[in-house]
Ligand binder design. Structure first.
Ligand SMILES: Nc1ncnc2c1ncn2[C@@H]1O[C@H](COP(=O)(O)OP(=O)(O)OP(=O)(O)O)[C@@H](O)[C@H]1O
Length: 253
């Protein structure tokens, strides 16, 4: 496959909820290997885009292609199988299970195995789950229950589960929301290191402009269901309109 072909290509996406235009003509190409940040005020339609690209919402018009193939109309599960992973604003871990158990379940799910947990904790699976946790620096909390983790560890563990499914594109909705300021950069550094080393392309919704400036290759600015600006962070974040309309009100927790 040619690298010139975008990994994901969206054209003319439209979706209104009553009078609210959550997507009002979205055109976006995601390039192989890039880290693309999506910024924009609350209600601009950022999550709606992720929901459309992952099969959770169907646009009223437009098309989305992944690796040159149309994906609109596929179920979320079928889209995961094509290679698009996702993490949510609120982590989706099995809270009553340990981090290791969550990892083993995710690795098994990747192979289409829906097994009781006990066999998945035998050495072969356990080693693989530990190896995954190691990559995210989570080995030390492998035996902790998911509901006992702080928000930073919970977010990383959630992303590790998405990576266990071996996506080529990962869409992350606010990977740092709720994470304490002191932890934030370490969390993002860790996930960027893992994703870059495995060649995973990433799209992430982010409200922290320091994170965007440091880790994004390109930034797309969402405004009222449209993309108002797109380009390298140094350029986009210096745009006075973006500074006034997006950064000035980016106080979202
Ligand atoms: N399922 C839905 N039903 C009705 N309205 C919806 C639905 N999903 C989103 N909306 C509306 O569409 C608009 C865009 O919402 P969306 O969640 O995509 O924004 P966002 O940019 O992700 O905001 P935030 O930063 O607050 O997460 C909002 O006005 C929202 O209330």
């Amino acid at each position: 496959m040619s690298d010139a072909l975008p990994l994901l290509s969206a054209r003319g996406l439209r979706l209104a909820f009553g009078g609210v235009k959550a997507a009002d003509g979205i055109d976006l190409d995601v390039r192989h290997g890039e880290f693309l940040a999506i910024i924009g005020p609350n209600g601009a339609g950022k999550t709606t885009f992720i929901n459309m690209a992952t099969g959770y919402l169907r646009p009223q018009a437009g098309r989305i292609e992944f690796e040159g193939q149309p994906i609109l109309g596929l179920s979320p599960r079928a889209i995961v199988r094509r290679g698009i992973g996702r993490s949510f604003q609120l982590p989706q871990l099995f809270t009553e299970h340990t981090v290791l158990e969550n990892a083993a379940l995710a690795i098994a799910a990747r192979r289409g195995i829906w097994s009781p947990l006990a066999p998945l904790l035998r050495p072969r699976w356990r080693d693989e789950a530990m190896e995954l946790l190691d990559r995210f620096g989570l080995r030390g909390i492998a035996e902790s229950r998911a509901d006992s983790l702080n928000e930073g560890a919970r977010k990383l563990a959630d992303i590790a589960m998405a990576v266990a499914l071996e996506p080529s594109l990962l869409l992350m909705d606010e990977p740092t929301s709720g994470v304490a300021a002191a932890e934030k950069m370490l969390i993002v550094e860790t996930l960027v290191r893992v994703l870059r080393s495995t060649g995973v392309t990433a799209v992430f919704v982010e409200h922290d402009m320091d994170v965007v400036a440091r880790f994004a290759d390109r930034v797309a600015v969402w405004s009222q269901g449209r993309i108002a600006a797109l380009g390298p962070p140094a350029e986009v974040l210096a745009d006075p309109v973006v500074q006034r309309d997006v950064i000035g009100i980016a106080t979202h927790a």
